[in-house]
Design a protein around this ligand. Structure first.
Ligand SMILES: C[S@@+](CC[C@H](N)C(=O)[O-])C[C@H]1O[C@@H](n2cnc3c(N)ncnc32)[C@H](O)[C@@H]1O
Length: 209
């Protein structure tokens, strides 16, 4: 399972012409656009070629994006320039990311299922810690049923999400949406066809004053 975690593999995948997952954002973000407030600060984790971070910037958010692939990051910067928006794109391993405490209004994590379970625990804690009180986490990925579809995502059941896993991982947050559903998606050539998806939208509680 090691190769899917390495930057050179992603650099190679992103070196092909075009955008592997397309230039349109994940349908999860367009479906929840009412949660994207202009002027808010957002961190988009492992955003690859930038399709989700550029979409947020186009809606007036102040966006930082990160990914381990420098090739993906270069394409993300090019996409932002083409669309006339600003995104602060960083190249970094999410396992070394300096999670600034209570820094963002929004944290977006779309298809970050390259993490082994013990790494996932660490990264999920980071996603939460960097949210301001009242801030929102938007997390989207595949469920174990995706293995039968074979239309995208890692072929490792331990990397996939169930509602139980997410409820436990984000206990203490206010769950605004937790939904399992199947849909036909078309995201470049990387994610195409019937897919077993899961969405989580959760809010970090405000502090008592
Ligand atoms: C399935 S792609 C999803 C990309 C993007 N979120 C999207 O929806 O288009 C997974 C992304 O995770 C990135 N990645 C893999 N391992 C990483 C790591 N350790 N730290 C940061 N990014 C990583 C890859 O470079 C790739 O861009």
């Amino acid at each position: 399972m090691a190769d899917m975690f390495e930057a050179p593999v992603w650099d190679e995948r992103y070196s092909a012409d075009g955008y592997l997952f397309g230039t349109r954002p994940a349908g999860f973000l367009t479906a929840n656009v009412d949660r994207l407030t202009a002027g808010a600060t957002a961190l988009v984790v492992a955003d690859g070629e930038g399709r989700n971070s550029v979409f947020l910037a186009e809606r007036g958010l102040h966006v930082t994006a990160m990914d381990i692939s420098s090739v993906g990051a270069a394409k993300a910067r090019a996409l932002a320039a083409e669309r006339g928006v600003s995104v602060d794109v960083r190249v970094a391993d999410v396992l070394d990311w300096p999670w600034e405490p209570e820094a963002y209004d929004l944290v977006v994590a779309v298809f970050i299922q390259f993490l082994r379970p013990e790494q996932r625990d660490e990264v999920f804690a980071g996603l939460r810690s960097t949210l301001r009180p009242g801030g929102r986490l938007l997390l989207h990925g595949y469920r174990p049923e995706q293995l039968a579809y074979g239309t995208g995502g890692p072929p490792f059941v331990e990397c996939l999400y169930t509602e139980e896993l997410l409820t436990t991982a984000f206990a203490g947050m206010e769950i605004e949406r937790l939904a399992s559903y199947d849909a036909d998606i078309e995201e470049g050539t990387g994610h195409v066809g019937r897919s077993a998806l899961i969405d989580l939208i959760a809010r970090e509680p405000e502090r008592d004053t």
